[in-house]
Design a protein around this ligand. Structure first.
Ligand SMILES: [Zn+2]
Length: 265
């Protein structure tokens, strides 16, 4: 059966848990970029949360497995699943969800993003401190790992594991220079570090390599809540111009109009 394309306001007005619907939305901003550990399958799955909106309302969208949606772009998402969890209504992708980019609907406003108490901070990474905990393949911290041993005991699993299959749990504290007078510190947990660092640097490396990676990034935009980072993006000139496209487009056009008319004089 074909799923219906409905507006966000319609979803919020009559939420039906687990209903499958199609939506046409603008991706407004990313709230979370992390991983969830699937204990049964012993693997992690990538998870992102975005604020998305059409002209009627905005809602949080959860995506899985690096769906790779572009901020400020419009998409038809078919289908997404409505979730009603403790009266918080969200939508989520499933493995069968298709994301198709579409043009911005003409003459349509966009609802304000979903409110939350996180903030977006842009600054220059001027300091980083990395700590690591070694864990068994099931993520239990191993307090005691003598270097050079071919295998290690996990007291929780009551098993020995070969050294090659142990993992690092990384924690990084970043120091950001926000402006000439403001410096702030933010914590990044393991999942955020994993999503930010290139794959090869965390698998089998030392804390100073992870620190060096973050110190090499330079200008970043981070989303933080209670001084903990939930998402981090290197800040490029084009990305900062793209913020608030809807307003920026109008402003740019007005600016060009004015520039052209004054240069004629
Ligand atoms: Zn274990």
């Amino acid at each position: 059966m074909e799923n219906k394309t409905i507006t966000i306001a319609e979803i919020l007005a009559k939420p039906r848990n687990r209903q499958q619907v199609n939506i046409k939305v603008k991706i407004q901003d990313i709230r979370e970029n992390t991983t969830r550990w699937l204990q049964h399958e012993c693997r992690e799955i990538q998870m992102s949360t975005y604020s998305v909106a059409d002209s009627t309302a905005s809602i949080l969208l959860t995506t899985w497995n690096n769906m790779d949606l572009t901020i400020n772009s419009w998409y038809t998402l078919s289908p997404v699943t409505v979730k009603d969890y403790n009266n918080t209504i969200t939508v989520s992708t499933s493995p069968s969800t298709a994301a198709e980019t579409i043009n911005r609907p003409p003459r349509h406003g966009v609802a304000a993003p979903v409110t939350d108490n996180s903030e977006e901070v842009t600054g220059l990474i001027i300091g980083a401190m990395t700590t690591s905990t070694i864990t068994c393949p099931k993520r239990h911290p191993l307090p005691n790992c003598p270097p050079g041993a071919p295998f290690h005991m996990c007291p929780t699993c009551n098993q020995h594991f070969i050294t090659a299959k142990l993992r690092h749990q990384w924690n990084v504290t970043l120091t950001l220079e926000i402006n000439d007078t403001t410096i702030r510190e933010f914590k990044m947990d393991h999942t955020v570090v994993l999503n930010t660092a290139p794959k090869h640097i965390y698998l089998d490396t030392d804390p100073i390599t992870v620190t060096a990676h973050f110190l090499s990034i330079g200008l970043v935009t981070v989303r933080v809540k209670d001084d903990a980072v939930s998402a981090l993006h290197p800040c490029t000139a084009s990305a900062s111009v793209q913020q608030d496209t809807d307003i920026a487009d109008e402003t740019l056009l007005t600016f060009l109009d004015e520039t052209l008319s004054t240069s004629d004089v």
